[in-house]
Design a protein around this ligand. Structure first.
Ligand code: ASP
Ligand code: MG
Length: 452
């Protein structure tokens, strides 16, 4: 089999962890062709972003302090691994770039990418060193992006072509490589990055272009869970789920895969397995076409999103007046407010929008202003301290009674439902509740469908 194996920051946090990753790779390489992809050491991307801020702000002391922290962190790990010689050139180059930004007090997105890319370059260099492999950055492996520095999009056809031309023959020849996650380059070879958490994306792009048999995503958790074990002690590991279900789960919880990263694998139907570096023999959670067919329950998982607020735009002026929704969402988009959930009842007397609590005030003022400017006579009501609880599962599709069972379960716990949304794909039902009732709602739904 051909396997792409991606290791997140927590899997390569220090020298012993990097050694453990090397063991996992060696064990897999005894049976399969493997393409390891690696993130920066845990927390290093944040350090690099802080370095960028310090240098761009012209703060010499903070820049030097930040460089010293990054140097020390890597020097320590490299020393334990005997990899000092391979990290030195990257640390030198990083210093040169940072001092350049400091001198100019100017940071373009392109230069920021050139700096931030060093996290993955450093970790890949060290891992490659102990594996006697060659470290490649994403561009050398074949990934080409547009010029959207900071969150660049891969050019899919060109990248797939290059990956097959460049990386595939290397892998087939049995040569050992380690690929930097997150880092790529535009068509002119200028370094770009794929956005926060972008190493997963690197893995799925490579896995898809190489027609890998599976893509293994290693982190410090066992896989995806039926619920957060902190709210539901009986939560258990999900063995299988479909790509569509995984996309529904994507925005809940830091440990699920971002839908953007999952997308190439989902389109090409290359199975993705989420596994733990701490328990390398566990099979983890498999996301594939076979999906959750083994599951008897229509609801597979009950994730929750906290820290939310809901704005309700109301007023008689909205009823039967075309363009109200467009005006609301245009205004929010312009203010870069991300909308988590939307509800409108057929009476049209109100549209409710769920946003992150941190963006609620901004959203309220922009809607207030838009309403006045366009003479729409809106009233805007804001509710804070909310959570969205979702019941996710492809088995809900076309199955009557699932919603009834969900609402009975939460009503029995005396949890008040503030708003509800279900997309017509019927893959999930999202329920807005007071944050204080969130755990009770999750536990009730979990008990009704999953514990039973
Ligand atoms: N190092 C990058 C980040 O922390 C990419 C990744 O870890 O996936 O966002
Ligand atoms: Mg990271």
């Amino acid at each position: 089999m051909l396997i792409v194996m991606k290791f997140g920051g927590s899997s390569v946090a220090d020298a012993p962890r990097i050694r453990a990753v090397a063991d996992i790779i060696n064990t897999a390489a005894a049976q399969h062709r493997v393409v390891p992809v690696v993130s920066a050491l845990d927390g290093v991307t944040e350090l690099l972003l802080d370095l960028c801020d310090a240098a761009a702000g012209g703060d010499t002391d903070a820049t030097n302090a930040q460089l010293a922290t990054i140097d020390k962190r890597h020097a320590l790990v490299a020393e334990e691994l005997g990899a000092q010689a391979v990290v030195a050139p990257h640390l030198d180059r990083l210093r040169t770039l940072a001092l350049g930004v400091l001198a100019l007090e100017e940071l373009t997105p392109r230069v920021k990418d050139a700096i931030v890319a060093h996290g993955e370059r450093l970790s890949a260099a060290m891992l490659a060193h102990i594996l006697c492999a060659t470290a490649l950055d994403g561009h050398e492996a074949g990934i080409v992006t547009n010029d959207h520095f900071g969150e660049a999009d891969p050019l899919p056809e060109l990248s797939a072509f290059n990956i097959r031309q460049q990386l595939l023959p290397t892998v087939q020849s049995g040569a050992r490589v380690v690929v930097c996650g997150f880092v790529a380059a535009n068509q002119h070879g200028v370094t770009s990055t794929l956005g926060r958490g972008g190493s997963d994306y690197t893995a799925t792009i490579l896995g898809t272009a190489l027609s890998a048999d599976e893509i293994w995503i290693y982190s410090d958790v066992d896989g995806l869970m039926t619920a957060d074990p902190r709210s539901v002690p009986s939560a258990r590991l999900l063995g299988n789920l479909s790509f569509e279900e995984a996309v529904e789960m994507g925005k809940f919880g830091a440990k699920s895969m971002h839908p953007r990263a999952l997308e190439p694998a989902a389109a090409a139907r290359v199975p993705v397995r989420m596994r733990s570096t701490f328990k390398p023999t566990n099979p983890g959670t498999l996301i594939s076409d076979a999906g959750s067919t083994q599951s008897a329950s229509p609801v597979l998982a009950v994730p929750m999103l906290k820290g939310l607020a809901m704005l309700t735009v109301g007023g008689g002026g909205m009823v039967g007046r075309a363009g109200s929704a467009a005006a609301i969402f245009d205004a929010l988009a312009e203010a870069r407010v991300n909308v988590h959930m939307i509800c409108q009842s057929v009476s049209e007397a109100g549209i409710s929008i769920v946003v992150s609590a941190a963006q609620a005030e901004n959203a309220q003022s922009i809607l207030d202003r838009t309403g006045r400017e366009q003479d729409r006579r809106w009233t805007i009501d804001v509710k804070s301290n909310l959570a969205v609880v979702a019941a996710v599962g492809a088995g809900m599709k076309g199955a009557p009674g699932v919603a009834a069972k969900i609402f009975t379960a939460i009503a029995e716990q005396k949890v008040n439902v503030i708003a509800i949304a279900q997309g017509s794909s019927e893959l999930s039902i999202s329920i807005v509740v007071e944050a204080a009732s969130g755990n009770a709602a999750v536990a009730a739904i979990h008990k009704a469908f999953i514990d039973a």
